[in-house]
Ligand binder design. Structure first.
Ligand SMILES: NC(=O)c1ccc[n+]([C@@H]2O[C@H](COP(=O)([O-])OP(=O)(O)OC[C@H]3O[C@@H](n4cnc5c(N)ncnc54)[C@H](OP(=O)(O)O)[C@@H]3O)[C@@H](O)[C@H]2O)c1
Length: 269
């Protein structure tokens, strides 16, 4: 009896350690900014459910309830604070995560309006005649400076990973190759155009290291703040984000620098 048990132990240990290393190998890591609501929250939910190691970041003083609920449900989800406009917080988190490979870095946090949301494309702060120049800098700091600062700060983490992907959630509002259907939304549109330019430049710089950079127009996605809207072609959040996750998983270096729709089709810009 005793000798059988002593035979079993090393075998069991070997099997367990093989299973553990296989599990570790399968659990790639994704980091998502602005993860507490909308598209970021849905990315967090779906990646966590798929067994990824998820680093969900937010800018609040306290852990938002949405992320707390998911963290209670998934042990593979960790929540970290990072305001994308705050260089000190960005560098502190990069330092804290030193040595942690990040397979997919999703620059999702962004603002489309500041203040009360009055409807798609309706914002007097971004309307000719009443342009609010005090808001200009915050759009740049959030939608443009944040993603490039984070991409630079976490580049070594991405390079150390297997998948090596940096994603930016941009918008067709940043398109300059065709006139927009209506005017307005000056700050939002220019910030997404600038974001695309930065990401294309980044893609050239990191290509030799095998890092893939891609920008998405996620589509018109029914997030919480758009729950009352019914826009032609609007997609439910789980559907649109599910498509982006699938597209991200298939990206290769050939795709680096592309601006695409959630299903991977090229988005003109
Ligand atoms: N939904 C769409 O149809 C659509 C279409 C095109 C592009 N997009 C883009 O998709 C991204 C996500 O938008 P969404 O629709 O999901 O809107 P959302 O629900 O308002 O989510 C935006 C997220 O960004 C966070 N955020 C804003 N400023 C931040 C900062 N300084 N630091 C850290 N986090 C910050 C917000 O945090 P708080 O909760 O603390 O504010 C929130 O978690 C944005 O880049 C947006 O431009 C969305």
């Amino acid at each position: 009896m005793r000798s059988r048990r002593s035979f079993r132990h090393p075998v069991l240990l070997l099997i367990l350690s093989l299973l553990a290393s296989a599990g570790a190998a399968l659990a790639d890591t994704v980091m998502i900014t602005g993860a507490n609501s909308g598209i970021g929250l849905e990315f967090t939910r779906q990646y966590a459910a798929q067994g990824w190691t998820v680093i969900a970041t937010h800018r609040r003083d306290q852990i938002p309830d949405t992320l707390k609920a998911l963290a209670d449900q998934y042990s593979n989800l960790r929540v970290e604070r990072m305001d994308v406009t705050d260089q000190t917080q960005i560098e502190a988190l990069a330092d804290k995560l030193k040595g942690t490979p990040i397979d997919v870095l999703i620059n999702n946090a962004g603002i489309a309006t500041i203040g009360e949301f009055k409807g798609i494309g309706v914002d007097e702060n971004q309307t000719l005649g009443t342009l609010n120049y005090d808001q200009f800098d915050l759009f740049i700091r959030t939608n443009v400076r944040g993603p490039i600062m984070i991409s630079e700060a976490f580049l070594d983490h991405v390079k150390a990973s297997k998948q090596k992907k940096i994603i930016a959630i941009s918008s067709a509002s940043g398109m300059v190759s065709a006139a927009p259907p209506r005017g307005g939304m000056y700050w939002y549109g220019m910030s997404k155009a600038a974001l695309n330019k930065l990401m294309v430049t980044l893609s050239a710089d990191v290509r030799a290291a095998g890092v893939i950079v891609a920008m998405f127009h996620p589509g018109a996605v029914r997030v919480e703040k758009f729950s009352e809207l019914d826009w032609p072609g609007m997609e439910e959040s789980p559907e649109a984000i599910g498509k982006m996750i699938k597209t991200i998983s298939g990206l290769t270096l050939e795709d680096s620098g592309r601006f695409m729709q959630n299903d991977g089709k090229t988005q003109p810009w």
